[in-house]
Design a protein. Sequence first.
Length: 157
Amino acid sequence: MSQVSTTTTSKRGTKRRVTPGRLRSTAKRKIAGSKGSISVKATEHACIEQNGKVTHVLVPVDEYERLIAASMVDHAVASLEDDKTEWVDADVVARELARDRIVSARKSAGLTQKQLGDKLGLPQSQISRIERKPDRTTVRTLKRVARALGVDVGALL
């Protein structure tokens, strides 16, 4: 087990190293005037205790990251196993994103569906269908729409 130590700076600006063996007494002296009982425990990891309850723990960064990753995995597993979790088809989400991007690009260009249709030589109803169901539109037509809106076709999909 490695020794945990820290450097503290006093009000006079002097620095001193505090190790777990000295941490408890040093912390009690430094915090003596505060409300309640505050102390720092010397354990495998430095702990700060207030009124008999541990409130903070100093752990190495790699251990902290491992704990966070484990917590995220636990949360993901709990979501997967929860009957109340609502699942959405990825294809549906992709279509909605494409639809929103096409509409947004048209509006950013300051065009109505009719104006875009006139620019492309298509009726307004077809522009409406393209915006509602971009997955049923040919790549060629999507490229024409992107060119008319002054964006890359990849920005629409």
